[in-house]
Design a protein around this ligand. Structure first.
Ligand SMILES: O=C(O)CCC(=O)C(=O)O
Ligand SMILES: [Fe+2]
Length: 280
């Protein structure tokens, strides 16, 4: 068989099939929206959220979970909301299977754009945004501004269809880098609202139907606004990074935990150089 020069040049790649287009899309847009890789993991997590929400209200697990979550504003006041949210977060994080199930929602995508030896945030967070609620707004920010490392991505998982102000917004990399580059000068003494005013025409609202997940770079400015849709938003978020990439304030062991350490790393960590040469 004859191998031509063209065969030699095109047949061999370092990245696995599909990884190049995933890489390009993530770098261009700052995010990826992909179908959840495990429908059963997504379902199990959503059932647990519904159960942990319904139980304190003296209710059974709702038959129509989608309607229960979307219409939750009919059952709770804004004053009660944070207590409910914290108790559901506890309900989630008290189950040891949840983090592995959560990771399975986007394992291949995360392997592809972050790496395969990973650390995962120890707690999964929950956002609930009732229609018209001002108290749960997360103003424009980048997580790197408050102790996260630029090597982290966020896996953001909607439990209901999320779109427009029922979702979150993200700045695309081009305008974001321009705005952050001059931020000290341009926004000295400015409020978060002033900042949002200047970026609002550039931000992209994340349209993520239930069954899909969003992976985004938290180095890009993002946040949410008053939910002006008629339904309640429910979404989960959790951070992942390459295990041996630099850490900022959020440390390994405190905030992050290794989840996919490989055999060579384990062996290396346990290895001690030969001892006893000092006496010679
Ligand atoms: O869910 C949102 O609206 C914002 C989430 C966020 O800021 C984050 O996950 O880092
Ligand atoms: Fe954030």
């Amino acid at each position: 068989m004859c191998v031509t020069e063209t065969d030699r040049m095109t047949d061999f790649t370092f990245l696995e099939p599909g990884a190049e287009s995933t890489r390009a899309a993530f770098l261009d847009n700052g995010y990826l929206i992909v179908p959840a890789e495990s429908a059963s993991a997504l379902n199990a997590i959503r059932v647990l959220v519904a159960e942990s929400t319904a139980a304190p209200l003296g209710q059974d697990v709702p038959k129509d979970i989608d309607a229960f979550l979307n219409d939750f504003h009919q059952q709770v006041t804004i004053d009660e909301l944070n207590r409910v949210r914290l108790s559901v977060i506890d309900g989630l994080n008290n189950q040891s299977w949840v983090r592995a199930a959560y990771f399975q929602l986007a394992r291949n995508t995360i392997f592809s754009i972050v790496g395969n030896e990973l650390a995962m945030q120890r707690r999964v967070n929950l956002s609930i945004q009732l229609p018209g609620d001002q108290s749960s707004i997360l103003p424009v920010h980048a997580d790197v501004w408050s102790g996260d490392s630029p090597y982290e991505i966020v896996l953001w998982v909607p439990l209901v269809d999320c779109h427009n102000t029922k979702s979150m917004y993200l700045m695309p990399p081009g305008p974001d880098r321009k705005a952050q580059g001059n931020m000290g000068q341009d926004f000295k003494g400015a409020s978060e609202e002033d900042l949002f005013e200047t970026i609002k025409n550039d931000v992209e609202w994340m349209n993520v139907p239930f069954g899909n997940v969003l992976v985004f770079s938290q180095t890009l400015m993002h946040g949410n606004r008053i939910n002006e849709e008629s339904e309640t938003r429910w979404s989960l978020n959790c951070r992942f990074k390459s295990l041996f990439s630099p850490y900022a304030d959020k440390r390994l062991g405190e905030f992050f935990e290794p989840i996919t350490m490989r055999a060579t790393t384990e062996m290396a960590l346990a290895y001690n150089l030969p001892k006893g040469f000092d006496d010679a």
